[in-house]
Design a binder for this molecule. Structure first.
Ligand code: SAH
Length: 225
């Protein structure tokens, strides 16, 4: 793996590893077949990204609160979205909605050059510190309104949105490389996963997939609310 985690950062015991292996088995049963994604998720200790109070439950296939009314996505959702992205090594990937930093770390383990944006300062600061502590130097964190993307680093080979959007932000479509893909949950209050491919300068293909329920995609930085 091009990126590896610094296992000294937090304790990852045989028990944690065992629970993780069971979770990966469950994801397989639920239909996830992308071996690279499953391997990355088996490598990455999810309990590092959760409050100590949830450590025992970190390998349940459930979302959990991470503070500021946000949640770390359910492992199945992370696996589903990441598999759709079909990340290649060295791909430039934009994630909107850093949250705990878990999804960004999964992308980094797949060898992507990750740019992740978060609108809430407390979450941004915590994820940035955690990812650095894990030795994931290929993740860059930004405190921004993700609906505007990151124009200075565009185009991106892949873009993933991990909050439920009412519509697809125009800026994200513009910042996609030709041949690139945007995976975004769209709808209110339930979202359908959309996988949008930029086939040429002006043409996009939009595939609507399974239904999910995400925390809302909000405009502006949290301080401006
Ligand atoms: N990928 C995260 C999931 C976090 S939940 C993880 O692995 O833990 C979604 C996150 O999107 C929340 O932290 C929320 O604050 C953030 N968010 C919502 N709207 C946003 C926007 N416009 N720009 C950036 N982040 C946004």
């Amino acid at each position: 793996m091009p990126a590896h985690i610094n296992e000294q950062a937090v304790e990852d015991t045989y028990r944690h590893k065992g629970m993780r292996r069971q979770l990966i088995g469950l994801l397989r049963k639920k239909g996830i077949t992308d071996e690279k994604v499953l391997e990355a998720m088996e490598t990455l200790p999810r309990h590092f990204f959760l409050d100590k109070a949830f450590e025992e439950r970190a390998y349940e296939d459930k979302p959990f609160p991470i503070g500021n009314e946000q949640t770390i996505s359910q492992p199945y959702t992370v696996a589903y979205q990441t598999a759709l992205l079909r990340v290649q090594k060295r791909d430039k990937v934009l994630e909107v909605g850093t949250g705990s930093g878990y999804q960004a770390a999964v992308l980094a383990l797949l060898g992507a050059r990750v740019y992740t944006v978060e609108r809430q300062e407390a979450l941004y600061l915590r994820a940035k510190k955690l990812l650095k502590g894990l030795g994931l130097g290929n993740v860059r964190c930004y405190l921004r309104d993700g609906s505007k993307g990151l124009p200075e680093f565009a185009p991106f080979d892949r873009i993933i949105v991990t909050a439920g959007a009412k519509e697809v932000p125009e800026a994200l479509l513009e910042q996609l490389a030709t041949g690139g893909m945007l995976v975004i949950p769209v709808g209110d209050p339930v979202q359908r996963m959309h996988c949008i491919t930029r086939v040429s300068d002006t043409e996009y293909q939009d595939e609507k997939l399974a239904a999910f329920r995400f925390v809302p995609f909000l405009k502006g930085l949290e301080k401006e609310d």
